[in-house]
Design a protein around this ligand. Sequence first.
Ligand code: GH3
Ligand code: MG
Ligand code: MG
Ligand code: MG
Ligand code: MG
Length: 319
Amino acid sequence: FLKKPFKQGQLLRYLLDYFNEELTEGSVLVIEDSTIQNETICQQLRLKNMQPISANNAVEAMRYLLSGIDIDVILMDIFLPQYTGYDLISILKSDERFSFIPIVGLTAFKEKDILSEILNLGADDFIYKPYNINEFFSRVRANIRISKLIKKLKQTSEEDYLTGIYNRRTFFHFLENLTALSVRENKPLSFVILDIDYFKKINDTYGHDIGDSVLKKLAEIVLKMTRRADVFGRYGGEEFCLALPNTDLYGACLLANKIRSTISQTIMTFNKYKTISFSITISAGVAEFTKGMEIDTLVKIADKNLYLAKENGRNRVYP
Ligand code: GH3
Ligand code: MG
Ligand code: MG
Ligand code: MG
Ligand code: MG
């Protein structure tokens, strides 16, 4: 129900929200080698407002998953050429990037203990072919429900509530992985801590809500200036951290300085009782990871450099 007269844009937003809900009940990756069956399943899903993504084998399915496309449920035929459903389930369930996506096994093969084998491997549900169409939809839908709930929980636990970037725990989880990658591939890796200068004064002068908005704005600016492979998180309070793969100390200082300079030149404008405009500065400490170094040590070095940047006048990067 939408009461007239409505503001311009309100109707459009309402319709978009409405149709988004209606149109996308969930996305389903359909892995089935029989083209006819694959097409039939996709057709059936489409009729129920689910978005099918069709793959004919495990490799194709992996390609979709690795592309980062959002998938709610995986519907998987067990007998596939080359890599079977058994292989694929084992791979997906031992990879933290995909293990949370519900897998529904699908087969016409009724012998032996196939159902329990598949569930034991890590599949979440199972449907025998030929299936009752209502049961099929109900099972897919139930798994979409669970999937969306898991994704929401995952997001809440990984993100910083205020800025939407990674929280400290997630950041360090990624950093840990990046240190291993750096050793394995013999590529540099750098770590940066950014800290807003005199942030307490912003809160004291304009209020905590404006302080919060400054943190959000800063996160937005830094995120735009980093590469896809870089990891950006909120270290705590008004401190942020960056992990920069394939970047040595020199490159990291260069980027940190670019960020520092951009921020100092950004006029932030907020509307409270009146329009408030000001700019902020940040200081940064940088450290490069070397083989065998503990993460604690890496952080300590960056922290020490941040301290030096502060001591020597702020709005600067050390070393
Ligand atoms: P320095 O230049 O030495 O870094 O000074 P500073 O004032 O930035 O540092 P200090 O550590 O003294 O103060 C940090 C302030 O950040 C204090 C705290 O209230 C504020 N703060 C921490 N988290 C939040 C938050 O989520 N929102 C807001 N608005 N303020 C926060
Ligand atoms: Mg098959
Ligand atoms: Mg601080
Ligand atoms: Mg500070
Ligand atoms: Mg401080």
